[in-house]
Write a protein that binds this ligand. Structure first.
Ligand code: HEM
Length: 426
């Protein structure tokens, strides 16, 4: 197993102590045990490991947490707070008006309670599934007519339509909005470059954000001010959020819900189009089998590579390790999901039976855990399943060009760009 670059804990500004060093020992144990697997364990099905190792730039000052159970304990503890970058910006703001991902404690619990209704199995079946099927149908018709399509453009259109319905960004043309968001996300990546190119990227990013605000967010707000609806923007309007505060919340959903799903769909398509065996199991399987395969792909190639946390109070993990108030952690989802203590043998191989056999939650840590666990997890899994099932059934479907891999700091994860599929024209 390649060693992740984050084992350089000694360089972290916070003093390493015995409470954090044990996390490294756990990683070493994981690495050693990987070599004892028979036949299947020769396999390494991961597609994003190399780019993560090469390009990920985790924040310094956060001790890496790599063992699954320690990660879970930290994420679930009431002594732990969100530690992601950008939170300081909201330090002096009214907590009632801060995006959900930056909230903690009671105010976070309340906000999650308020948005939970958009993510229930009933909401997925009665509302979101219609959008998933409608947009997938449109995309597959276009693909069949033209004979080729760019996967990340198609997957963003789906992810954008589904999230837009949940958020309430439905007062502008869906296809045009997806295009605007695509350019906006690209400019956000460019803004992270060094030097002049980064400065130009930042300027472009500001302009594209303003454009998205004017063309998509403001019309949605004005519509909700006249007609209260059942979506996130309607709720924010009722709560008296300003236009700018609504924009910030929309950007949270765009990043957390659209970019992530775009990448995941392309990863699944890439894996299944290149493996006759896995594709066969997927196509012959029922919904449970299909979701099992998606779970495994997301386990070995989690879209979000890590999340950050800090301890507000002292706490003890289940195995008796002490965490001190002020300690800061980077939960390394990529490594924790490969922890052989919980995955069982052959952690790098896709094995659709694994979570059932190991009695583990299906998505492992790929959607986080604890109070901030992704509310959109089931939405993302279902829309991916619906899209991939339809794609793989298109006559003559094949991967004409695999994706180029990149790294997106916005989601601390991989980006898969430019993959092309071709099919028989119909
Ligand atoms: C494959 C797709 C997705 C992945 C891998 C993903 C991953 C994650 C992860 C790891 C977190 C936890 C962040 C943390 O603990 O700091 C999270 C939070 C969140 N996700 Fe997702 N997500 C996906 C899809 C979605 C979708 C479809 C939506 C909504 C339409 C969504 C909305 C959110 C929101 C609002 C949060 C913040 C929740 C909170 O802080 O309480 N995500 N996501």
């Amino acid at each position: 197993m390649p060693m992740p670059n984050d084992v350089q804990l000694v360089d972290a500004p916070i003093a390493p102590n015995y409470d954090t060093v044990y996390l490294i020992e756990d990683l070493i144990a994981v690495n050693n045990s990987a070599s004892v697997c028979p036949a299947m364990c020769e396999r390494d099905d991961r597609r994003s490991a190399a780019i993560a190792e090469e390009a990920a730039k985790p924040l310094s000052g956060f001790a890496p947490v790599m063992a699954y159970n320690n990660a879970k304990d930290i994420l679930r503890s009431s002594a732990i707070r969100q530690g992601m970058e950008g939170g300081d910006y909201f330090g002096d703001k009214d907590p009632g008006r801060i995006p959900v991902i930056f909230l903690d404690g009671e105010v976070h619990r309340k906000r999650r309670g308020q948005i939970a209704r958009y993510f229930t199995p009933k909401a997925i079946n009665d509302r979101h599934r219609l959008v998933m099927e409608r947009t997938t149908g449109v995309l597959m018709d276009q693909l069949r007519r033209s004979g080729s399509g760019q996967l990340d453009v198609m997957s963003l259109r789906l992810a954008s339509d589904v999230a837009a319905e949940i958020v309430g960004l439905t007062a502008s043309d869906a296809s045009a909005m997806s295009g605007r968001l695509r350019k906006l996300f690209r400019s956000s990546s460019r803004s992270k470059r060094p030097g002049l190119r980064g400065k130009l990227g930042k300027a472009e990013n500001i302009l594209r954000t303003l454009y998205f605000h004017r063309r998509d967010v403001v019309p949605a707000i004005r519509h909700r001010q006249q007609h209260d609806m059942d979506d996130v923007i309607s709720y924010l309007v009722r709560e008296g959020f300003s236009d700018q505060e609504v924009l910030v919340e929309c950007m949270t959903y765009a990043t957390a819900g659209m970019i992530t799903t775009r990448e995941f769909i392309v990863m699944v398509a890439w894996q299944l189009l290149e493996s006759d065996e896995l594709r066969g199991i997927f196509l012959e399987g029922n919904e449970t089998v299909q979701l099992g395969i998606l779970d495994e792909i997301l386990r070995i190639d989690p879209v979000a590579g890590y999340v950050y946390r800090r301890a507000e109070e002292d706490m003890e993990t289940e195995d008796g390790k002490v965490v001190k108030a002020g300690d800061q952690f980077r939960i390394d989802i990529r490594t924790a999901n490969l922890d052989e203590a919980v995955t069982g043998e052959c952690p790098f191989a896709i094995d659709a039976e694994r979570s059932k056999r190991q009695r583990m939650p299906s998505s492992w840590l790929s959607f986080g855990d604890g109070p901030h666990r992704c509310p959109g997890a089931q939405v993302a899994m279902q829309e991916t399943r619906v899209f991939i099932d339809a794609l793989l059934r298109i006559p003559g479907i094949r991967l004409a060009k695999p994706p180029r891999l990149g790294w997106l700091e916005d989601i601390n994860g991989y980006e898969l760009h430019g993959a092309m599929v071709e099919c028989d024209r119909g």
